[in-house]
Design a protein around this ligand. Sequence first.
Ligand SMILES: NC(=O)C1=CN([C@@H]2O[C@H](COP(=O)(O)OP(=O)(O)OC[C@H]3O[C@@H](n4cnc5c(N)ncnc54)[C@H](O)[C@@H]3O)[C@@H](O)[C@H]2O)C=CC1
Ligand SMILES: CC(=O)C(=O)O
Ligand SMILES: [Mg+2]
Length: 374
Amino acid sequence: MKIGTVREIKAQEFRVGLTPGAAQEAVAHGHEVVVETGAGLGAGFADSDYTAAGAAIVADAKTVFETADMIVKVKEPQASERKMLREEQILFTYLHLAADEAQARDLMDSRATCIAYETVTARDGTLPLLAPMSEVAGRLAPQMGAWTLQKANGGRGVLLGGVPGVAPAKVVVIGGGVVGTNAARVAAGMGADVTVLDRSLPRLRYLDDVFGGTFRTAYSSKAETEALVAQADLVIGAVLIPGAAAPKLVTREMLKTMKPGAAIVDVAIDQGGCVETSCPTTHDNPIFEVEGVMHYCVANMPGAVARTATLALSNATQPFMLALADKGWERACAEDPHLAAGLNVHAGEITHAAVAEALDLPLHETASLLHAAE
Ligand SMILES: NC(=O)C1=CN([C@@H]2O[C@H](COP(=O)(O)OP(=O)(O)OC[C@H]3O[C@@H](n4cnc5c(N)ncnc54)[C@H](O)[C@@H]3O)[C@@H](O)[C@H]2O)C=CC1
Ligand SMILES: CC(=O)C(=O)O
Ligand SMILES: [Mg+2]
């Protein structure tokens, strides 16, 4: 198979879909790899690193899209990239379609087979291709929240850790999964007073067992959320219902009860955000104010630490990328239901139930495709 990767063109996105190490593995498996010139530079990989790994460098994205059987990327394809996708081509990347109907319709029009990192599953029900970026975004969230709270950025001028004699900031993390746990750990490590809300009792038990002395847990009811948000200096949104649009757990009415200059980092923004007033921002212009509360809603936070994030993402995607290349998508998905859970669009139809439901589009059952492929 010919595997291609391109330079990411989303604003301030410096990650790359294939590292030279992953390219080398693909070549060792007998595949060809084509890389757009400069694709790895933002993550610290030169073209010469890719040629040393056995890949070919080409002049532009158009050549990669024209020649590759599978495109491996990081972010959802932008409008200009969607026009270059072809029928029978595999696209393997983050898609986040539940909150992006325009993209979903373009991917359907392309008739390509689109496998979303964020809905590939693991045996224990976790999301192995989302987890590494959730670890990164979770650890970044208190850092970005601390910055947003600074006076010059419109924040209330509160230091997360406080100082002797002055209380630390109150941080409320909504969702205690991978993003939430990493965010809570780092915020607590910075000295903040942290509470994590989740609606899963087993998850709250786990967090209490492991981090009981480090941060508190609370059940995510409306009343508890209202009370904690009203007192918070920083709210971190970290909920997920896989494939679906995020539930709006913080309403505009709740913002009116918050302290002026309090901050929200809505990490769940790539699934539409869990705060009613959130809308996606970019690293170029990351914050805005609503009802006196500063919002940070960057949908590709790990792009800020492109090298760490690229290496972490590649560690996770590589085995799936190799399975797709070695076996073709039909056999790879037929043999691995967890990879098959990543199928979001195929031959003009939505193939993921939560995406179909979120966008109110018809669902084509994956099982029928894989059965046909056996
Ligand atoms: N903005 C960015 O750059 C990035 C965003 N993300 C996003 O962050 C979000 C969280 O991802 P993960 O932590 O990996 O997911 P996860 O599945 O590990 O955790 C989600 C948690 O939310 C909880 N939850 C669900 N409904 C809830 C409710 N009503 N109240 C409280 N908790 C609730 C679940 O029980 C679970 O513990 C996702 O939308 C993901 O796409 C992830 C990485 C980067
Ligand atoms: C998960 C995701 O959307 C990102 O890393 O950008
Ligand atoms: Mg994202």
